[in-house]
Design a protein around this ligand. Sequence first.
Ligand code: ZN
Length: 414
Amino acid sequence: MTLVTDVDLLVQNTSEVLTCAPAAPDRVGRIPGGAVAIRGDRIVATSAGDALRQRWPDAPALDARGGVVMPGFVDSHTHVIFGGNRVDEYLAKATGGDLAAVRAAGKPVGIVGTVVETRQASEADLVESALPRIEEMLRHGTTTVESKSGYGLTTADELKMLRAGRGLARRTPAEIVNTFLGAHAIPPDEPDSDRYVGEIVERMLPAVVEEDLAVFCDAYCEEGYFDIVQTRRILAAASAAGMKIKLHLDQYTHTGAAKYLPANTVSVDHLNYTTDRELADLAARGIVAVAMPGIDYMTAHPHPVDIPRLLAAGLDVALATDYCPGGPIASLPLIIGLAVRMHAMPVAEAVRAATLGGAKALAIEERVGSLEVGKQADLLVLDVDRYEEIPYLLGHNPVRTVIKRGRIVVGEDR
Ligand SMILES: [Zn+2]
């Protein structure tokens, strides 16, 4: 029994509430006709039927008009801050065009192409260009966004990107979680990769820690990028400095890096070529698997991530957009649609993976990702009768209202 005597908002007249509570037997914690009571920035009650209205008859109401109420989406893997765009490269790759001609025309190609444009942008430029992207994500129900650096690749430019992430957070109701990804690519002007890794470990990481600019350290372990020895050196240094760890793992080749993750690894992301044995070991360690069907789609990946195999291994799965210059996908409802249709992911698992799963991948599941008493009031009202419609209405935006920390930030009731 809670001692709360009044509430600020009662979300009622729903078709169903999904709590996405960790122990929910149906994976989404469906409460038919449920209601949610909010006080300040917290959830103080969830219940079926009229119980909450009877208890707080005078509470201000948000009428869900028969829609679905669920936790805000948590997008746990994005590269949403960057200069320029790569539309010409994308179209050339998609339609069998001439990539050399795109380069010859001075258009950016690949990570290194975006590095050039990001270095040219000021911190303020990066905030201004990323803000509409974040707002688009928020309109699609994403209330928490992870944001990686990795297009600066010098100490000054990496710090600039992370500071832009902090600046972005002050401009939007969405919550931004910063990840340092100095090891995204070998810089175009530093061909000696070991020397660059030395720069990351000796200069960048201490500066990031000093300014407390990022929660996570990430690396791109892949052929032509950072090998296992280099990746281990970076992650060990970050780990020793108290940072949590993420890793781009096995996106285009099987690297074997799954065996060498430091103790405070929270998530491994992509997993296109990770073996069953490795997946089982990751599951045993409680490491979250971040699946990103959108980027596999945008790159026409020859070996898309096998989501049922991740689930069968017993992994906690998160679904993320991987919003990046190579595939600027803003919508987690769209990602749920791809996961269900292209990867045979059960819809309840997909919804859970885009909420609680994302929160686990950011190590903030005690605070967000599910609708439970005491948690932050980050929730959505969807214009659908039942949650199974999310993947079916592909390309629609089912989100009508977004509440972040107890405040309506998107929707007519704002
Ligand atoms: Zn990525």
